[in-house]
Design a protein around this ligand. Sequence first.
Ligand SMILES: *Cc1c(COP(=O)(O)O)cnc(C)c1O
Length: 373
Amino acid sequence: MSNPRIEVDLSKIRHNTEIVVGLLKARGIRVTGVTKAVCGHPAIARAMLDGGAAGLAEARLSNVKRLRQSGITCPVTLIRTPMLSQVDDVVQVCEASYNTEIVVIAALAAAAIRQNTVHGVILMVEMGDLREGIMPQDLGEIAQQVVDMPGVALKGIGANFACLSGTAPTAPKMQALSILANDVEGQFGPFLQTISGGNSASLPWAFGARATGRINDLRIGEAILLGVDPITGDDIGGLYRDAFTLVAEVIETDAKSVRPLVSCADHTLARIQLVPDTSETTRIILAIGHQDTDAAGLSMPPGSTLIGATSDHLVIGTKDATLCVGSEMRFQLNYGALMRVMAAPDIQINLRNDRPLPIAHDAYGLSKHLALV
Ligand SMILES: *Cc1c(COP(=O)(O)O)cnc(C)c1O
């Protein structure tokens, strides 16, 4: 196996999806699996679908194309406002997209008419995160324009929380979103299929005791992939936190001081350096760096601490005397580190527990034959 590599346990991703889907189903909410952190990796997307995700969502068109090229046919929604320069491709590969700009929606509509189809539009409403979103007071007018526009169909509304500003979604905000959904339906007629109440940060609200109102969809990436609540970093009960493991190889070990060497021009400090370093910490270098991941987002094994990283090197202080040149070190990762790893050209992706092949049916006499072999 080559290094560095990321080991992906697909059965843990399937399991995490099943748990989240099961808990939300009881609350009348379906799960849209978000694959952007894994660059639309088709096997990981399939694990989400096998676990019960109702559809997929992506931020980047290149990732959607990757999903489609692998033969995934489920509904895919673009969750980042489409670029005006990409509308033709968006209409071609996505059933729907989240939108905030009427000029983009008009271009999507024109593209859909050219392609003899209808593109779904979900309007993103600003509910406090201050990233993308239409101000609630402007929603009615924009919804009206979408309803009147041939080529697009108003499929729903949604909100995003805890991305830019870190504000957690609250019950009153969710209730406000439900009321907006009712208002839009009351004013303009179309039944809104999707009322999307946010990302993994909305799970504590969704698992809580309060009524979920009209919210019937959440867009979940991090909780399924890493088993954590993105706001607190806490475990989500019953979910695996180690579906992904990064493996890197040691290329140098020595007993250099953990502190950087001081300049010999400074005689006072130079003398301090003459005191022998009595700590048992060994400094090791791994062949992985900023170009591959976010070093600060790696969980250090017990007894090891991150000293620093450069573009291609990771320097760690460790009390583990068994590590030598050629040894492998294993790390769990946070979302930012995972995202960089999955996009890095030098990291091999190693899939574990891929879907078992369907067992040959008895009628074909194959399973008996296989049993004899
Ligand atoms: C990234 C993203 C999500 C998924 O967020 P997670 O924290 O990974 O669940 C959902 N919606 C939008 C608009 C996003 O950009």
